[in-house]
Write a protein that binds this ligand. Structure first.
Ligand code: ADP
Length: 190
């Protein structure tokens, strides 16, 4: 079972992914986490991406596609992956479909967490005060939201055409959202 958690920055994808790792033993593949780990390790890759991420822009497709490809065998061995923050562009979505097809696998479900921009801005203001994540500052967050709306949201029709898309209200409590995701995962699929 391969699942994409889809939605704007700060929609709650990471929170829900962590719960699914515990309840379903799936592997959590977050390109944001992988890139932050690269920065923390001081690697060449980390040096290349840190400025881009801090500004809230997208790093290049080639970098994130390679990061994901390296982790697919591990996810397969666990019985499935939760993709979080990937794919973010049409090129990434197509590459993911190809990489999975190559391994005799596929994306089974795309769960879109719907949260309006206003609520996201409020959430992030609180999170920035607490976490101090550099790209949670108001200017960078605006860039991230714009990148989502212009480059990532256009993937929705792609997954709708492939009959993979399920929409979930992301404005409820963490438990309510979790319940809606569980329902989507356990529903019979066509
Ligand atoms: P959020 O979902 O809160 O925006 P992420 O942790 O998913 O945060 O991503 C943080 C940053 O990492 C993005 O703003 C971008 O710079 C970079 N990034 C993560 N995933 C991708 C991706 N799939 N393609 C391009 N850039 C990415």
């Amino acid at each position: 079972m391969n699942l994409i958690l889809f939605g704007p920055p700060a929609a709650g994808k990471g929170t829900q992914a962590k719960r699914l790792v515990e309840t379903r033993k799936m592997v959590h593949l977050s390109t944001g986490d992988m890139l932050r780990a690269a920065i923390a390790s001081g690697s060449e890759l980390g040096k290349r991406v840190s400025g881009i991420m801090e500004r809230g822009e997208l790093v290049s497709d080639g970098i994130v596609i390679e990061l994901i490809e390296q982790r697919l065998p591990e996810a397969e061995a666990a019985g499935g992956a939760i993709f979080d923050g990937f794919p973010r562009t049409l090129a990434q979505a197509q590459a993911l479909d190809e990489m999975l097809a190559h391994r005799g696998s596929r994306i089974d479900l795309v769960v879109r967490l719907k949260v309006d921009d206003e609520a996201l801005m409020q959430r992030i203001a609180g999170r920035y005060a607490e976490s101090g994540r550099p790209d949670d500052n108001p200017e960078s967050f605006k860039v991230r939201l714009d990148a989502y709306n212009s480059q990532t949201a256009p993937l929705l029709p792609y997954y709708e055409n492939h009959k993979k898309l399920v929409q979930v209200d992301g404005m409820g409590s963490i438990d309510d959202v979790a319940g809606a995701i569980d329902q989507a995962l356990d529903a019979p699929r066509w």
